[in-house]
Design a protein around this ligand. Structure first.
Ligand code: MN
Length: 298
C-alpha cells in the first residue's frame, strides 16, 4: 500500500502513479488520545489496524488527480529523524577529494562517526519547496532511502530488525557544507523531505537492493543502489536502537551515495527509488518564497 498525506489533514492511497483515493475517513478509527500524548506518530503506531479500515472503504473512496493535491510528508509527527553519516564508500571517496570548507579535513565513515539527529521541524513533503537560507554557503542534495519505524524497540538485533519497519519512502537530507556540527547543517527548515508516500514494508521484500537516482533539471547527479550501503538497513536499526529507543514514525535516513552537488534557486530535483516512486522537488530562496507567500495572501 502506498499511503500519502495531502492537503494538510487528508489521508490518501495511491492508485497507480497519478491518482489518489481519499481514505481520510479511516483516521476516524484512530484512538482518541489526551495529553500527554503517547510517543511516536499516532497513524504509524496504528497502521495495521488502519490498513484494514482503509481496505474496507477503498472501493468507494473519492478519487483525485495527484496533480490536484498538495502532498505532505507521509509521516506527520516523527519523534526523531536519524541520519547516517558517510554510509557509502564512493561518497567517502568524493568527500576525501573535496576536503576543507565543504567536507572538513578528516573524513571518516559511519563506523567512526556513529549517527546524528535532524530536527523533526525540518520535515516537509514533496510538494513543498526546499528553501535556501540567506547564507553564502554551498547547499547539497542527498537522496536517501528512508526507513520508517512501525514497532517500538530498544537494542533490536539485526536478525529481527526488519520486523520493526512500517515502510519506506524517498528522503532528501539537504545539507549546508561546512565545519559546523551535522545537526546544525542538516536541520534548517525544509532540509528534511519525505515523499511521495509511505510504501508499506510488505511491498519491499529486500531494502538492501533498491536502485536510486537523482537528476537536477534533467541532468543525472546521483545513481546507485542500496546494495552499496556500508551499514545495511538491519545493521542501521540495530545500531540506532542501541542508542535510542525507536518509536513508531521514527525515520532513519540511511545515507547518500556519491554524486552530491550544490543546488540553486529554481532547480528541480527529480528523485526516484525503485518500488517507492518518484517525486520532483523545487528549490527556492527562503526570503523570496516568504515574500511571494505574503503577496499571495494579501
Ligand atoms: Mn545524508
Amino acid at each position: 500500500m502506498h499511503l500519502c498525506r495531502f492537503n494538510d489533514t487528508r489521508l490518501g492511497v495511491f492508485v497507480g502513479d497519478e491518482e489518489i483515493a481519499d481514505v481520510s475517513a479511516a483516521t476516524g478509527a484512530l484512538p482518541q488520545v489526551t495529553w500527554p500524548f503517547p510517543a511516536g506518530d499516532l497513524l504509524v503506531a496504528n497502521l495495521d489496524f488502519i490498513r484494514d479500515r482503509i481496505a474496507d472503504i477503498l472501493p468507494d473512496a473519492p478519487r483525485l488527480a495527484r496533480s490536484a493535491v498538495h502532498l505532505q510528508s507521509p509521516v506527520a509527527n516523527p519523534g526523531k529523524i536519524i541520519g547516517a553519516p558517510v554510509n557509502y564508500h564512493r561518497h567517502l571517496d568524493e568527500a576525501r577529494r573535496d576536503t576543507g570548507i565543504n567536507f572538513g579535513t578528516e573524513i571518516k565513515t559511519i563506523d567512526d562517526l556513529g549517527l546524528f539527529l535532524k530536527a523533526p521541524s525540518s520535515l516537509i513533503g514533496c510538494d513543498d519547496a526546499v528553501l535556501l537560507p540567506p547564507l553564502d554557503r554551498r547547499v547539497d542534495h542527498e537522496i536517501e532511502l528512508a526507513v520508517i519505524i512501525g514497532k517500538s524497540g530498544f537494542e533490536i538485533s539485526p536478525e529481527t530488525a526488519l520486523e520493526h519497519i512500517a515502510g519506506y519512502a524517498i528522503a532528501l537530507d539537504m545539507t549546508v557544507r561546512g565545519p559546523e556540527d551535522r545537526s546544525w547543517r542538516k536541520s534548517f527548515d525544509t532540509f528534511s523531505l519525505l515523499g511521495p508516500c509511505l510504501v508499506t514494508s510488505d511491498e519491499v521484500p529486500n531494502p538492501d537492493a533498491l536502485d536510486l537516482t537523482l537528476h537536477v533539471n534533467g541532468e543525472i547527479r546521483q545513481a546507485s543502489s542500496t546494495k552499496a550501503l556500508i551499514f545495511d538497513v538491519r545493521k542501521l536499526i540495530a545500531h540506532a536502537s542501541s542508542v535510542y529507543r525507536l518509536y513508531p514514525g521514527d525515520i532513519i535516513m540511511t545515507g547518500t551515495p556519491e554524486g552530491v552537488a550544490p543546488v540553486q534557486a529554481g532547480d528541480i530535483m527529480e528523485c526516484w527509488i525503485e518500488r517507492l516512486g518518484r517525486m520532483n522537488v523545487r528549490v527556492a530562496e527562503r526570503h523570496i518564497a516568504a515574500a511571494e507567500q505574503a503577496g499571495g495572501t494579501a
